[in-house]
Design a protein around this ligand. Structure first.
Ligand SMILES: Nc1nc2c(ncn2[C@H]2C[C@H](O)[C@@H](COP(=O)(O)OP(=O)(O)OP(=O)(O)O)O2)c(=O)[nH]1
Length: 206
């Protein structure tokens, strides 16, 4: 007699982000989220404190997707990353000129990468959110190296105009804190937020 299979306990998981970096971080950790891009206009929110801005944007992105029928019953994750330098929240640079100016301002200094995280359990309506922070110590690329990096186009697509795991890796001297948080999503923070919702991250392994 064959045993009746246990009903799957795997909850639906939705990543409310267009970020390939975030999707990769989740997949590398054994999760297989559906991606539903929020399309939220980030210019509609403003907060003096970078950490608060990142949190508010993460909550707004998660809320847009959690309201969609296709996310019904799922756990929805929203994130937003900004680099805090001199008290300013720096997202993606507008153009090559801004990316160049950013690097000339941040090289040889330290900034804080703030990533807001929000998880909404659409089955219960419960929402948890928090911001994780990682100090990033920038190296001192030469003007020629900055020009070559900007010409690659990469800095235009990432918050803070740099990547820890991409072309600008040689220009990052070190970090203090979670590395995934710099890339776009802190897995230890996600585990903690899911725990607040009564969900073990291991139950979400694909
Ligand atoms: N691979 C990589 N990507 C990074 C790094 N730092 C920032 N990023 C990327 C991750 C996100 O795609 C982007 C941060 O911008 P946002 O938080 O606004 O997310 P994005 O606009 O990409 O998508 P979303 O608004 O969530 O749909 O920058 C890094 O060190 N490595």
């Amino acid at each position: 007699m064959t045993a009746t299979p246990e009903p799957s306990t795997t909850r639906g998981l939705v990543l409310a982000s267009a970020s390939p970096a975030r999707l990769n971080l989740l997949r590398q950790a054994g999760l297989a989220p559906h991606v539903i891009v929020s399309g939220f206009d980030e210019d509609t929110l403003d907060h003096d404190e970078p950490a608060e801005l990142a949190l508010a944007l993460a909550e707004a992105k998660a809320a847009v997707v959690a309201g969609l029928d296709e996310a019904a019953g799922a756990l929805v994750i929203g994130c937003d990353s900004v680099l805090e330098l001199d008290g300013e929240a720096l997202g993606k640079p507008a153009d090559a000129e801004e990316a160049t100016a950013r690097w000339k301002a941040m090289r040889g200094r330290a900034g804080v990468l703030r990533t807001g995280h929000c998880v909404i359990d659409t089955a219960t309506g419960r929402q948890v959110s928090a911001t994780a922070s990682t100090t990033v110590r920038f190296g001192e690329p030469t003007d020629a190296e900055v020009a070559a990096y900007v010409a690659s186009g990469e800095p235009l697509h990432v918050a803070g105009a740099f990547t820890l795991d991409g072309l600008s890796a040689p220009f990052i001297d070190g970090i203090d804190g979670d590395h995934g948080n710099v890339i776009g999503l802190s897995m230890p923070l996600l585990r903690s937020l899911l725990g607040e919702l009564g969900v073990s991250i291991t139950d979400l392994w694909a």
